[in-house]
Design a protein around this ligand. Structure first.
Ligand SMILES: [Zn+2]
Length: 288
């Protein structure tokens, strides 16, 4: 049963027939792990908390810097120097004290990924580096957890939802990470904060659809936002039978880190996404 305050707080989504009291109760019971409290994780986590997702894990080992603030809206000027996971928890608790926010001051690695992901119903990947991104994908596939992927650089961004072993995973679309060092972070490549806001919001929207079991999540569809033109385009993708983690004869059965992998396999030729397009010109992007 929802309390009087809950009915008031969530009233504008409760009146949506697709949500209703049952949907709201689903959200209150749901748990989402947000990897990275940065440009993507900030809007995502804010919308998830506002919507009443009951438990939100915030995984980030970094501290807030002044240069984060133009896009990482979880943090304020007074948070500079503070661990992002703690700053995020304060902000999310202020927004919605009903939400249980778990601050995880760590980075994802092969040794902790299973333990970190295990308690959550869904994983939202706003990581700022490729090893974490591939590890999150592989862990979600191996553990059967839905994953919402997002990436952003410059004015361009992408989002996709993965239903493990049902739809294309991140590795089906991008079999291997770019060569280490080929891709600078947002610090070098630059990003417009509002573009991260567009995609971070879409990521939260995807997560809510999956948790509620409504609408059509972006499965087998990579949604690309071209910010300069103000245009979205959709790239159909599909499961790759030779995918190393979800294919017919997977070679990844245990988690491993991708730090030393070279970009020997190119992504689907129809794709010209922010990261790989930039990787080709050696001037790109980590996502945040
Ligand atoms: Zn795959």
């Amino acid at each position: 049963m929802l309390s009087k305050d809950q009915i008031a707080r969530y009233s504008r989504q409760l009146i949506l027939p697709e949500v209703g009291v049952k949907g709201q109760e689903k959200l209150l019971r749901a748990s989402v792990l947000v990897i990275g409290a940065g440009g993507l994780g900030s809007p995502s986590a804010l919308y998830l908390a506002a919507a009443g997702v009951g438990t939100i894990g915030i995984l980030d080992r970094e501290a807030v810097t002044l240069s984060n603030l133009h896009r990482q809206l979880l943090h304020g000027t007074g948070d500079v120097g503070r661990p992002k996971s703690l700053s995020a928890r304060s902000r999310l608790n202020a927004l919605n004290p009903e939400v249980s926010v778990i601050a995880l001051q760590a980075s994802l690695d092969a040794s902790n990924a299973r333990e970190l992901l295990q308690p959550y119903d869904l994983v939202l990947d706003g990581a700022d580096n490729f090893p974490s991104r591939y590890l999150a994908n592989d862990a979600c596939v191996l553990m059967g957890k839905p994953l919402v992927h997002g990436g952003v650089v410059h004015f361009d961004a992408q989002v996709m939802t993965v239903r493990p072993r049902v739809s294309a995973c991140f590795r089906c679309v991008f079999p291997e990470p770019p060569a280490p060092g080929a891709i600078p972070g947002c610090e070098e490549a630059g990003v417009l904060g509002a573009v991260a806001g567009v995609v971070g919001s879409l990521m939260a929207h995807e997560a809510l659809k999956v948790l509620l079991g409504i609408g059509e999540p972006l499965v087998n569809r990579l949604l690309v936002f071209e910010g300069r033109a103000g245009r979205f385009r959709e790239v159909p993708v599909r499961r790759n039978p030779s995918c190393a983690v979800c294919g017919d004869a997977p070679t990844i059965r245990e988690l491993r880190e991708e730090g030393a992998v070279c970009a020997t396999t190119t992504p689907h030729p129809a794709l010209q996404t922010p990261e790989h397009a930039m990787a080709k010109s050696s001037t790109t992007a980590r996502q945040r």
